[in-house]
Design a binder for this molecule. Structure first.
Ligand SMILES: [Zn+2]
Ligand SMILES: [Zn+2]
Length: 235
């Protein structure tokens, strides 16, 4: 008898696609549109780079599986009474974070679908990131490999500009001449623009210390310069 493999639980990126679809189908009564959206969810999930060993299995992220997952999301929705299943902690977290940010969720989900087929390292440190693993890993990949970004970093270091944009600490001074190793380039291009694969320009780059850079990659809002500026203002 063929071995039946247990389907892996949903990654953060997959939960993001799921909850985005949930919000889209929630108020739709036309069953054909609903079916199309659920089928699209199943196809998108199957195209993501996670779990290649399951790709051959028709049960993997199938239409009926996705339908079941959507009922579980309904069980974490306080405005919907669902008697079916119980949402996972991840589903709850994504639902709660994005229920007041549906447009952001939609652009995060769309970008995950676009970059999901590109080849870049997926970093396990982002496993539980609210943007999923793919997006912050992709930003980090561009920040380390894009020619314009690399060049801009060299230029600011050569000009002796070694202060973090956000906290203002001077890495050269604090770490006794080690700014070269520590100053990090951060791309502030909003998520929707990243999915359009827009060219990065100098005005899309900020230089941060490693701690502030880590912070900038924690939410979809903090990627953008304007929101980082608000943080500085609030201090
Ligand atoms: Zn800093
Ligand atoms: Zn960054």
């Amino acid at each position: 008898m063929a071995e039946v493999k247990r389907m892996p639980s949903l990654t953060m990126d997959e939960v993001i696609l799921l909850v985005d679809t949930y919000f889209q189908v929630k108020d739709i009564t036309a069953s054909t549109i609903k079916k199309e959206l659920i089928q699209e969810l199943s196809d998108s999930m199957r195209a993501l780079p996670f779990f290649p060993e399951f790709k051959e299995s028709p049960a993997f992220r199938s239409y009926s599986g996705m339908n079941m997952c959507l009922s579980r999301v309904a069980s974490v929705d306080p405005f919907k009474i669902s008697l079916f299943g119980r949402g996972s902690a991840r589903q709850r977290r994504v639902f709660e974070y994005y229920s007041s940010r549906k447009a952001t969720l939609h652009s995060v989900a769309n970008t995950i679908k676009v970059i999901g087929c590109l080849d870049f390292p997926i970093l396990p440190t982002y496993e539980d990131n609210i943007m999923g693993m793919l997006l912050p890993s992709y930003y980090e990949h561009l920040e380390q490999s894009d020619k314009i970004v690399k060049n801009a970093r060299k230029v600011v270091l050569a000009q002796g500009k070694t202060k973090c944009f956000l906290c203002g600490c001077d890495l050269e001074e604090i770490y006794l001449g080690r700014a070269n190793e520590l100053l990090e380039a951060h791309i502030t291009l909003p998520i929707a623009q990243i999915s359009r694969r827009e060219k990065i320009t100098l005005s899309d780059i900020l230089f941060l210390c490693p701690t502030c850079h880590k912070l900038a990659h924690t939410t979809p809002e903090l990627i953008e310069e304007q929101n980082l500026r608000e943080l500085v203002k609030g201090r």
